[in-house]
Design a protein around this ligand. Sequence first.
Ligand code: ASP
Length: 268
Amino acid sequence: MKIIAHGGVGSPREVDKDVQRAIDNGLSDDIFDTVVGVVSAMEDDPIFNAGTGSRMRLDGSIQMDAAVMYKGNIGAVAAIESVKNPIQVAAAVYETPYVLLACSGATEYARSIGFSSHDPSTEKRKKELQDMHDKLHEHEELMDIYQSVDGGDTVGCVASHEGEYAAAVSTGGTNFCIRGRIGDSPLVGCGFYAGEHGAVVTTGKGEELIKKLSAYRCYLLIPEIGLQKACDRVVEEHTVGSSIGLIAVGKEGVASSSSKQMSQASFK
Ligand code: ASP
């Protein structure tokens, strides 16, 4: 099995060891269980913006997005609340006739299948929110603050095994967004894609990744120009003033590209 995982564009390379530990903890014989396991391990590590340690919304709530894609099927949750592992709820959605459950319906579904209530907030995230509210009191415009926000610390993992590919992603969203905002991560072709040519996961400001269908763009380029060049090309094309990072796996192995530092680790 080949695996590559990332800890979000903008995250320092010192965090590579934490991504590596998640790979070690999540690795199994099954490709689906591996991508879900690696992402679950990162959700449990509060250093990342996913699961416990997710960024807070402006009102202090935490809403999380996650998705998994394998064998042409998808399971995803958006703006889910009070669960420990959104990716595991997405994996449960994968087994249903549905693709994406959102907001209170996603949380209610999680409860109905046995996911207990969990508070993913941390003191670090509470302080970040307080600091931002202090800035707002200094008359900075909310939209200016949001425009200045870049993606960060979202997690993702792609894997290949015997010619099959899988992708998984999880996030608390961008900093200081409003309640109800859904980013690229649970949207197919935007935050993730997996098919016969490989699997791709993106990180960065979700609004831009959605407009550019960044994951699918990269996926389509893989057979045309190769894995590494496909990742590099999508980074080059991303001329919108916000950062972008991608990881991908294909016949050639694993690749990554980003417009600034991005923690990552792989297993080849
Ligand atoms: N893509 C994520 C989002 O917009 C953020 C990130 O990658 O850190 O929700």
